[in-house]
Ligand binder design. Structure first.
Ligand code: FES
Length: 68
């Protein structure tokens, strides 16, 4: 099993827990504080894409996800 966990937050972002590398379309790395989780925007409203900035709480985003 990988040491990376992706958690789909109800009505919120994708939270990635574990060591990952994130690169932009040019192959440049984003700086991620060591030991921290990262949240990727799922609502499309973040001003800091691809990361979540909390805007989903104010825009009425609904994104329920339950594993089956
Ligand atoms: S999911 Fe948080 S700002 Fe989009």
């Amino acid at each position: 099993m990988a040491d990376v966990k992706v958690e789909i937050r109800g009505n919120g972002p994708l939270r990635v827990i574990g060591e990952i590398e994130i690169v932009d379309q040019s192959g440049n790395n984003y700086t991620i504080p060591e030991g921290q989780w990262v949240s990727f925007c799922r609502c499309g409203q973040s001003d800091n894409k691809p990361f979540c900035d909390g805007t989903h709480r104010d825009c009425g985003f609904e994104g329920v996800s339950e594993a089956k």
